[in-house]
Design a binder for this molecule. Structure first.
Ligand code: ADP
Ligand code: MG
Length: 249
């Protein structure tokens, strides 16, 4: 079998804030078109890791390469170009409340792809709303949408710049089980359709099991357990991993 292409490669990455050591030597790979689930309790450093990935924070030591480029050494222009290839889907979906769905989706396009015609912009918005199953919401305000719909629109907006990597931060938090299932399916459909490589941060083991090819559990500043859901969870010996499983099933 061919060596699979790595889109992210992290080695011995460390990050502290004053005395608080958050990441204590993280090693992690994300392979092309893989869905990698990152689990870890609140405050374990999941968001810090992702912020380093897009250059919003810089590590103290160690290496983080995205598409083979060491992020901390990128010049501003190259960092901006990299960020456009990485889509963030925020926990609160972060739609602008005073804009319609169409305007929310237009915003990143108009800012970053200045050469598109009106017709091209409309076509792209309509295609993405179709692919998240919400074409009818195009002229609605975020306040008129349910929590699950807002999440879907958030994902559609994140996809509008054709990112190669998708970062989902707690995509199912606060949703009922059926809507969670819909979002899990959406994450799988997005990969299928747009060939994205993804990191899914979640506390929800059902989401982890349904969406993830591999699990990575962040424990005390390092990834201790890596493998498929079946490899990591049902027979975990480490109490900290077991407690995740017992809590969810
Ligand atoms: P989570 O795993 O819940 O996403 P975070 O990565 O957000 O956790 O945070 C990990 C730890 O780092 C927390 O204790 C948080 O308070 C701390 N932290 C995160 N960002 C900063 C910052 N910019 N300055 C100081 N401390 C921070
Ligand atoms: Mg977080």
């Amino acid at each position: 079998m061919n060596q699979r292409e790595k889109v992210v490669e992290i080695r011995d990455l460390k990050k502290a804030f004053g005395d608080l050591e958050v990441l204590k030597g993280v090693d992690l790979d994300l392979f092309k078109e893989e869905n990698l689930v990152v689990l870890g309790k609140s405050g374990s450093g999941k968001s810090v890791l992702i912020k380093i990935m897009v250059g919003l924070l810089t590590q103290d030591s160690g290496s983080m390469k995205v598409f083979g480029q060491e992020v901390s050494r990128l010049k501003k222009r190259d960092l901006n170009a990299l960020r456009l290839k990485i889509g963030f889907s925020f926990q609160n979906s972060a739609l602008y409340d005073s804009m319609t769905v169409r305007e929310n989706m237009e915003f990143p396009l108009v800012r970053n792809e200045k050469n598109l015609t009106r017709a091209e912009i409309s076509r792209r918005i309509e295609e993405l709303l179709d692919s998240v199953g919400l074409p009818q919401t195009i002229n609605q305000m975020p306040s008129e949408l349910s929590g699950g719909q807002k999440k879907r629109i958030g994902v559609a907006r994140t996809l509008i710049l054709n990112p190669e990597i998708m970062l989902y931060d707690e995509p199912t938090a606060g949703l009922d089980p059926i809507t969670c299932g819909d979002i899990n399916n959406l994450i799988l459909e997005v990969r299928e359709r747009y060939k994205t490589s993804s990191i899914v941060i979640t506390h929800d083991l059902t989401c982890a099991k349904q969406t993830g090819d591999r699990m990575a559990v962040l424990l005390d500043g390092q990834f201790d357990a890596l493998g498929t859901f079946e490899e990591v969870f049902p027979n975990a010996e480490d109490d900290r991993i077991k407690s995740f499983y017992d809590y969810n099933f």
